[in-house]
Ligand binder design. Structure first.
Ligand code: NDP
Length: 309
């Protein structure tokens, strides 16, 4: 597909002003967020699309780009992307919950999460999915050989990512889910939302600064807080104050080694950062849009190249 270079640039950050003149040809996918400059999703998805195009010519005209969209502009933006026939959108911070109210059909698995990260174009409106939980489960399996079913889980955080992770753990049939969060009020709200999904799983909250002595040993710890994103931050919990976990998964992937992961390594615990989750949530989204079996290894290679820079 020959597109004006102006549009066919995965490095570019587009805005709503660009959308007004968007070319009619091609099949377009995009990630919307604010800030969005850091997003490596275009590199990851375009690598997969290039690979798919080698065996299926229809993917030659598919491109994935990124748009900086302010939260107050999101409702109007979603209408405009729909009118321009973008086939799919990804939503990142701060849009996942905001977008939920503007989706016409919500995948049943996304309903208890109340947030969507993937939209698919349908004639009468957007169809919404949440692929973060799938990405987490696959990442845990690949990096740590961890299975959620029957497992004890210690989850840190009570924001959007923690909510998706908690729903995934409970839906998968974990044995127990212990959630620690800095702000007690946010933790309480999350536990109230999750209670109807708990079934036989033991669900409880705790203060990460004062963890209870009877947390399970051999649990999988998942960090879904943003503590560690900035280099000066300390770990959201002191692993030495807990019964020894089976391993630690930190959803943060940039920086690749957070203070929590550094401590896990020092203690000789299996550990991994969130790069695999990023890849698998993206792979699932691309499957939803393409209906094809997607080249996960090409996506992983693209994000590894980006984060190694
Ligand atoms: P939110 O802003 O919704 O939630 C942030 C959470 O982090 C809250 O629980 C907050 O606690 C806690 N927190 C923030 N700063 C600190 C701190 N200094 N110490 C302790 N706790 C803190 O963010 P999201 O849930 O959307 O994202 C959380 C993290 O997960 C981010 O780092 C994000 O990059 C990552 N992520 C990774 C993905 C991947 O594919 N690998 C996918 C999605 C998210 P409080 O309630 O006290 O404010």
């Amino acid at each position: 597909m020959a597109l004006p270079l102006h549009f066919d640039s995965p490095e570019r950050v587009f805005t709503l002003a660009d959308l007004a003149n968007w070319p009619a040809d091609g099949t377009w996918l995009a990630v919307l967020g604010q800030p969005i400059k850091h997003s490596i999703s275009p590199a990851m998805h375009n690598a997969a699309l290039a690979q798919l195009a080698k065996s299926d010519a229809r993917f030659k005209s598919w491109r994935y780009v990124r748009f900086e969209i302010a939260p107050e502009d999101l409702p109007a933006a979603l209408k405009q992307f729909h009118a321009k026939h973008f086939l799919g959108l990804n939503l990142t911070v701060p849009h996942k919950v905001l977008a939920y109210a503007h989706v016409r059909h919500v995948d049943p698995r996304a309903q208890p999460i109340g947030a969507v990260n993937t939209l698919r174009w349908r004639e009468n409106g957007w169809e919404g999915f949440n692929t973060d939980g799938y990405g987490l489960a696959q990442g845990l399996r690949e990096n740590l050989r961890a299975e959620l079913v029957g497992a004890d889980i210690i989850l840190l955080g009570a924001g959007g990512a923690a909510r998706g992770a908690a729903v995934e753990c409970l839906q998968a049939g974990c044995a127990s889910l212990s959630i620690g969060n800095r702000t007690a009020e946010n933790l309480k709200t999350l536990l109230t939302t999750l209670a109807p999904l708990a079934g036989k799983a033991r669900l409880r909250g705790f203060d990460p600064q004062d963890p209870p002595k009877d947390l399970p040993s051999g649990a999988w710890m998942i960090n879904a807080t943003s503590a560690g994103l900035k280099s000066a931050e300390v770990a959201p919990i002191d692993l030495e104050r807990l019964p020894r976990p089976a391993g630690v998964y930190d959803m943060i992937y940039n920086p690749p080694l957070t203070p929590l992961l550094r401590q896990a390594q020092r203690l000789g615990l299996p550990s991994a950062n969130g790069l695999s989750m990023l890849v698998y949530q993206g792979a699932r989204a691309l499957e939803i849009w393409t209906g094809a079996s997607v080249p996960v290894s090409a996506m992983a290679a693209a994000v590894q190249a980006r984060t190694a820079r």
